[in-house]
Design a protein around this ligand. Structure first.
Ligand code: KG4
Ligand code: ZN
Length: 366
């Protein structure tokens, strides 16, 4: 990287792994003392959720086409907000995986074209590493080492994190992810894609003990998760409720029933996530927990973790609410933290690939 000593490095990050297009600019000082974090200058996001709602889920081809439309206007907006010109960019980062292949290729293609045009290096970032490091963008950043609970639409994992690139997988879902369990249960309740947040809103008005739903693998003795059976239990319970009223849709039923079912579903997912996170902390003898990924926005999960962890003198860190779901800031930040702490070399040949499947611990330098 052709940077004079003491000069700040500007990293632009592009996220396009699924149904959000995100672009962000982060600045880092290569000579900063240890513990000084890169700074987010600006970020911009376009969510495709409305477009996919008509189909009840993400349509990969439509996602790719929309990323193509959005990414350059978002990049222009981010540069304008931060008052930087295109020429000021030192590194172009993009999400290399995991995610939808076509969607990833849009971000990778644009990032590499931009890097080639500017003569600047490019760096492919792991999407889950972005989520994992996103709490470092908050006012209360964590310190290494910690246990991370990664809970997104596609992944549920517990990791031991000793530093950037030092990841040990402790446990993960053997089938559906926690976000998927929220979304699939929400769909069964007639809520629009991706119903997780809407289910959580209904749950606020409901009784979490109204329906007895399973807590899968709660006593398995390991740190793995399984949510596919819970979804089936929600289906059976929904059918029972509808049959008892002789109806086919929840719309025709008293609203409280749906709130109760939502609260019971949320309680089952949250209890398993909370108990396994505490077990991971105890096993690893650590007193710091980082929660990241879209489900990290769930208020019931935050409430229970906050109160249980406070009683055990465990610190819990979250990304800021608007950075829980996919965004460009976490990608630019992960790239900047990699450059700062692992002296990772960015790529100057612009031949790129994407990794739709890519385990996070494959990055580990252990
Ligand atoms: O991390 P993310 O944006 O995308 C992936 O990388 O998968 O996570 C999206 C997931 C979706 O399943 C969404 O329903 C869930 O996060 N989610 C929530 C809440 N907000 C978003 N789940 C439960 N409660 C919420 N408040
Ligand atoms: Zn994500």
């Amino acid at each position: 990287m052709d940077i004079a000593s003491g000069e700040r490095i500007f990293v632009i990050g592009v996220e396009s792994s699924c149904d959000e297009t995100g672009v962000a600019l982060v600045a880092l000082n290569p000579e900063a003392t240890e513990g000084t974090l890169p700074v987010l200058l600006s970020h911009a996001l376009h969510s495709q959720i409305e477009m996919h709602q008509a189909y009840g889920g993400v349509v990969p081809e439509l996602a790719s086409r929309d990323h193509i439309r959005r990414v350059l206007p978002l990049a222009r907006r981010v540069l304008a907000t931060s008052g930087l010109s295109l020429g000021a960019i030192d590194v172009v980062a993009f999400t290399r995986g995991p995610g939808l292949a076509g969607a990833l290729l849009v971000g990778a293609g644009v990032a590499c074209a931009l890097g080639a045009a500017l003569g600047k290096p490019v760096l492919g970032v792991h999407h889950l590493e972005g989520h994992l490091l996103s709490p470092f963008l908050s006012d209360d950043p964590p310190k290494f080492p910690f246990v991370a609970l990664l809970v997104s639409g596609g992944h549920t994992q517990l990791m031991r994190v000793d530093g950037v690139g030092k990841y040990k997988l402790l446990g993960e879902s053997i089938d559906d992810a926690a976000g998927e369990a929220f979304d699939k249960s929400a769909k069964l309740m007639g809520l629009a894609y991706p119903g997780g947040a809407q289910l959580a809103r209904l749950a606020e008005q409901g009784n979490p003990k109204a329906y007895a739903l399973p807590r899968p693998l709660l006593h398995s003795g390991d740190l793995n998760f399984s949510f596919a059976g819970l979804k089936t239990a929600v289906l059976v319970q929904s059918q029972k409720i509808l049959a008892s009223y002789g109806e086919k849709e929840f719309d025709a039923l008293p609203a409280q029933l749906l709130c109760d079912l939502a609260a019971s579903t949320q309680a089952a997912i949250v209890e398993v996530l909370v108990k396994k996170s505490l077990r991971a902390l105890a096993d690893e003898k650590l007193t710091r927990l980082v929660v990241a990924g879209g489900v990290g926005a769930n208020m019931e999960l935050r409430k229970q973790l906050n109160s249980l962890c406070a009683s055990k003198s465990i610190r819990v860190h979250y990304p800021e609410m608007h950075l829980c779901t996919d965004n460009g800031a976490m990608i630019a930040m992960a790239a900047a933290m990699r450059i700062q702490s692992t002296q990772q070399k960015a790529n100057l040949d612009y031949a790129f690939d994407v990794k739709p499947r890519w385990p996070l611990d494959a990055l580990s330098t252990f």
